[in-house]
Design a protein around this ligand. Structure first.
Ligand code: PBG
Length: 327
């Protein structure tokens, strides 16, 4: 053409894999990934989770092995969800020093604590018989401040067991401040907090509730988790958590909330984590099992999107597999 200007050809830099790799703006490293793991009390063999192909409820032995494999692959960390054999109204197993979660945390610290960041999810829903994330009042509400006391005790038990990072996921107001004060008061000033700051009341947690056996027996979590319609509120949650002492903040789920990840990442000066949750995993696995999409490409594409949106740390059930592939 004779416009006098060079012709615009964006395709020049897309021509070959080497060119595309050279100009790629978003990267994914094994160390960015955190593997969520489930440890179940009282089983002798790992137990598959029907809605999460390839994910299991671990025994202590199989968990150690999975952690060693993750470390070998260069994964950045693991986050532990405990599933106790017995549940009660106050979630007593959550802060039991001999509870399954604490045993798993100390196993992991011993097995792979130098190579992997050992993180503890802190919530009560896996430990309560009613399946809510806190203490339930006779009227059926979750009592915010009574729950904070349970979270504080649980954080201390998790830190004592060897967790390097505590990740409160219950969405109670003031939870980060309560946990920070408890950790400092108990002699764990170096234990970090990764706050699930912007955690939405999401349908995408469905498979997790099978894995963690923590579905609410009545009602739902909309009274404490965020409304999917709101964005500004996420920024308020994040700001409060930082003021209360969070060392990292998290957005969850990831794929349906990429706009929130971006806004948080543009606002804060600390690491932003995003959780690619069970439903995001199951959605891809189920479609791929039907031959409806290319599994491996969908995994890399979704993880890249989450990083592109601004997450520095990504929690994913595919962490070990992807880390191996990246090496
Ligand atoms: C518990 C908790 C949930 C998840 C992480 N921590 C479930 C929930 O809030 O119902 C979801 C993780 C996933 O779906 O992979 N508070």
């Amino acid at each position: 053409m004779s416009t006098g200007y060079p012709e615009v050809r964006l395709r020049r830099l897309r021509r070959t894999p080497a060119l595309r790799r050279l100009v790629a703006q978003t990267s994914l490293r094994p160390a960015d990934l955190v593997l969520p793991v489930f440890i179940k009390e009282g089983i002798t063999e790992p137990r598959p989770i029907g809605s999460m192909p390839g994910v299991v409820q671990h025994t202590r032995d199989s968990l150690r092995k999975a952690a060693a494999e993750a470390a070998q692959a260069g994964v950045g960390g693991v986050i532990v969800f405990g599933v106790p054999a017995a549940k009660d109204g106050r979630g007593s197993a959550a802060d039991d020093p001999a509870g399954i979660s604490q045993l798993a945390l100390s196993d992991l610290r011993a097995e792979a604590g130098d190579a992997l960041v050992v993180m503890a999810d802190l919530c009560l829903c896996e430990y309560t018989d009613h399946g809510h994330c806190g203490i339930v009042t006779p009227a059926g509400d979750v009592d915010n401040d009574a729950t904070l006391e349970r979270y504080a005790a649980t954080a201390i038990a998790q830190a004592a067991a060897g967790a390097a990072v505590i990740a409160p996921s219950g969405m109670m107001d003031g939870q980060v401040g309560a946990i920070r004060a408890a950790l400092d008061g108990a002699g764990y000033p170096d234990t970090a907090i990764c706050a699930y700051s912007a955690k939405y009341a999401s349908s995408f947690y469905g498979p997790f509730r099978e894995a963690a056996e923590g579905a609410p027996r009545f009602g739902d979590r909309a009274g404490y988790q965020q409304d999917p319609a709101n964005a500004e509120e996420a920024l308020r949650e994040v700001a409060l958590d930082i003021a209360e002492g969070a060392d990292m903040v998290m957005v969850k789920p990831a794929l349906a909330y990429l706009d929130i990840i971006r806004r948080v990442a543009d606002t804060v000066q600390l690491p932003v984590a995003a959780y690619q949750v069970s439903g995001e995993f199951a959605m891809v696995e189920a479609a791929a099992a039907n031959g409806w999409l290319d599994r491996d490409r969908a995994i890399m594409e979704t993880l890249t999107a989450i990083r592109r949106a601004g997450a520095s740390v990504v929690l994913s059930y595919w962490a070990t597999e992807v880390a191996r592939h990246l090496r």
